[in-house]
Design a protein around this ligand. Structure first.
Ligand SMILES: N[C@@H](CCC(=O)N[C@@H](CS)C(=O)NCC(=O)O)C(=O)O
Length: 215
């Protein structure tokens, strides 16, 4: 099976690069990682838009068929390549349900709050569109959300229990990104401990160190 990942440094694609490294797929001869220059607009070329009509990274070509949206790519990598390596729970296990719940939660529910906080106060957004009360509300909701994640991690080192899984990469990359957006994790000791363990993984260091963080 050939895999071609279209990515960019410090982008939504970086968690996928990390997952390929965890799975040992990044060094396989039939895996290619193609870095696009987003500043130069390579993601808007006709050839790329034919693969991903949204003109963003990541896109993963699986035997020539494009798959896009980071969460879908990560869950597919787990299903197709993670189960056999013990890095993603098998179908029909309770752990698979836990993995799908937390990984979807972080991209959809928690991710929505990150976007609200970003668009209502970011210097990159037209100040006329800023909204301080909405931004403060989103920050508060993210803190409460991290509190729920903290409670989940209180009696297990990793999201699914005793062992690391790709679910940790998916959730931890988004939580790490939110810290770059100014959301503190200081009050959430289990989240802090889990993020530190995640960031100590060799594949994390290989992928992220020097690359910055964006989920
Ligand atoms: N929801 C998408 C977001 C992808 C996305 O926004 N990627 C950014 C990089 S972080 C991008 O390619 N931006 C280029 C552009 O908008 O032209 C996903 O998770 O795959």
């Amino acid at each position: 099976m050939s895999l071609t990942l279209f990515a960019a440094p410090m982008s939504s694609a970086t968690p996928v690069v990390h997952a390929l490294a965890e799975l040992g797929l990044d060094t396989r001869p039939d895996t290619d990682i193609v870095m696009l220059d987003l500043q130069a607009g390579e993601q808007k070329s006709a050839d790329y838009l034919a693969l991903n009509p949204h003109g963003v990274v990541p896109t993963l070509l699986v035997d020539g068929t494009p798959l896009y949206e980071t969460l879908a790519i990560m869950q597919w990598l787990g299903d197709r390549h993670g189960v056999e390596r013990g890095l993603w729970p098998a179908a029909d296990t309770p752990e698979r349900l836990v993995a799908l719940s937390w990984t979807t939660w972080v991209y959809v529910s928690y991710g929505m709050l990150i976007n609200v906080a970003k668009f209502t106060q970011s210097p990159d957004v037209d100040p006329a569109l800023h909204h301080a009360p909405l931004a403060a509300d989103a920050m508060q909701r993210m803190d409460a959300a991290l509190g729920r994640l903290d409670a989940h991690l209180a009696d297990r080192p990793w999201l699914l229990g005793a062992d690391y899984s790709l679910a940790d990469t998916i959730v931890a990359c988004v939580v790490t990104y939110s810290t770059y957006c100014g959301v503190p994790v200081d009050g959430h000791h289990n989240v802090q401990r889990w993020l530190q363990a995640f960031q100590s993984r060799p594949a994390y260091r290989k992928t992220w160190e020097g690359a910055g963080a964006e989920a």
